[in-house]
Design a protein around this ligand. Structure first.
Ligand code: ZN
Length: 200
């Protein structure tokens, strides 16, 4: 599954990019200084010290860019990652699904709420409210193309969800942590049900 991206990942890996970003200015400056010192027969160190400081600064830009980007992405990937998102639900029952960030999130309630809703004295609005108060989102999102499970991986600069169905090519990469997506999916689902059934 992840084989398709192996080479791509190596070439584009931030470590390789960072090494290149550091090595390239050094190679360029050394090559330039060597040529000049050879041609004019002056010591290489004099050539290097005669290069204006802004040239050195300019050549550091790719490295600074990569550093800032990595910091920014990691900050984004950590949003909501370690948040406590509810306790384990006893006897969960799948009732619906919701699509968020291309993934299918399973909406669950529990048997206790369903039993409570069977009481004849409860009206429809209360039933919906009971369900909405009880919903949790499964930790395992599903493939939007074929409905199969997804293989989750945490990479250095992104999260990936690969469809486990060998016949399906679905791959999702995202910066959003699973808990953040579950939280948003839950809120969006609640809002959609509320605006459909509970609006006056
Ligand atoms: Zn699939």
């Amino acid at each position: 599954m992840s084989k398709k991206f192996k080479l791509h990942e190596i070439i584009l890996s931030e470590t390789v990019k960072a090494i290149l970003a550091v090595l390239l200015p050094i190679i360029l400056l050394t090559a330039y200084s060597t040529i000049i010192s050879w041609n004019y027969n002056i010591p290489i160190i004099s050539v290097m010290t005669s290069i204006p400081i802004y040239i050195y600064g300019f050549l550091c830009i790719p490295f600074i860019y990569l550093f800032v980007r990595k910091y920014y992405i990691h900050k984004k990937m950590n949003e909501g990652k370690h948040e406590h998102v509810g306790s384990i639900v006893r006897s969960p029952v799948d009732i619906d699904h919701w699509q968020y960030n291309d993934l299918i999130w399973i909406i669950r309630t529990n048997e206790y709420t369903l039993r409570k809703n069977e009481l004849p004295t409860i009206n429809e609005a209360t039933r919906i409210k009971n369900i909405l108060d009880s919903i949790t989102i499964s930790y395992e999102p599903k493939c939007p193309k074929c409905g199969a499970g997804l293989y989750f991986q945490e990479h250095d600069l992104y999260y990936s969800y690969d469809c486990v169905n060998p016949e399906c090519s679905f791959i999702k990469r995202t910066w959003e942590s699973k808990n953040k997506m579950r939280d948003i999916a839950k809120k969006q689902y609640k809002y959609s049900v509320e605006s459909k059934f509970l609006e006056k």
